[in-house]
Write a protein that binds this ligand. Structure first.
Ligand SMILES: NC(=O)c1ccc[n+]([C@@H]2O[C@H](COP(=O)([O-])OP(=O)(O)OC[C@H]3O[C@@H](n4cnc5c(N)ncnc54)[C@H](OP(=O)(O)O)[C@@H]3O)[C@@H](O)[C@H]2O)c1
Length: 180
């Protein structure tokens, strides 16, 4: 049976999108991150520490050290020869997501994390149940952008503002969103 990306209402495993975006939805430039935000990185590590983490091949390539330790790293690529030592590789998003959910269920973890980039966010948005969206108070030249989504479908459950300082180059707000 082919894996489905459509929501399985009986699946107890949540799907959390984790992203940091500039004012125009900017995500990255030339396969690098745009902002140096130590507090946001710490939050990213905390959220994803134990969850299976699904990403596109370019995001995997962008990690200085890989895999990120302590959780399954799951990479989508259309290149059937792609090698990602320490990661699970899938040739499309639905089976990658199904595998991530199965790994979470086996580990007793309540959700999986979707950590980018743009196409992977777009593919996961229809089934995402939660979002941790860091909105950075800055604009940057960018090559990839977060996909458009309907904010009306999401309820904000918290918003924490962090001011710029020596370790965070811009102010930002970490918004926790839940699908209505
Ligand atoms: N700000 C943030 O929160 C954040 C988060 C993550 C990444 N980023 C940034 O975003 C950039 C990377 O994101 P990106 O959008 O360029 O690339 P990406 O989504 O990480 O990777 C794209 C690649 O994933 C594979 N892929 C995409 N859709 C697929 C599908 N449906 N089935 C199978 N494989 C699929 C393809 O790999 P192949 O080409 O190998 O076939 C594609 O080239 C970097 O600049 C990174 O720093 C920012």
């Amino acid at each position: 049976m082919q894996a489905s990306i459509f929501p399985d209402t009986h699946d107890p495993i949540g799907v959390r999108i984790v992203a940091a975006i500039g004012r125009r939805g900017e995500l990255g430039v030339n396969n690098m991150l745009l902002f140096r935000l130590k507090a946001d990185m710490a939050n990213f590590r905390r959220i994803t520490a134990t969850t299976p983490m699904l990403m596109g091949r370019k995001t995997w390539d962008s990690f200085p050290k890989r895999p990120l330790p302590g959780r399954p790293n799951i990479v989508a690529t259309r290149n059937l020869d792609f090698m990602a030592p320490g990661a699970h590789v899938y040739s499309s998003v639905p089976p990658a997501l199904a595998a991530a959910r199965a790994m979470a269920a086996l580990a007793g973890v309540p959700e999986v994390s979707i950590v980018g980039g743009a196409d992977i966010y777009a593919a996961a948005l229809p089934v995402a149940t939660h979002m941790t969206l860091t909105e950075v108070d800055a604009e940057r030249e960018a090559t990839v952008f977060f996909p458009d989504f309907d904010r009306a479908e999401w309820r904000e459950t918290s918003a924490v503002r962090i001011e710029a300082d020596a370790k965070n180059e811009c102010a930002f707000v970490i918004r926790e969103l839940e699908r209505r």
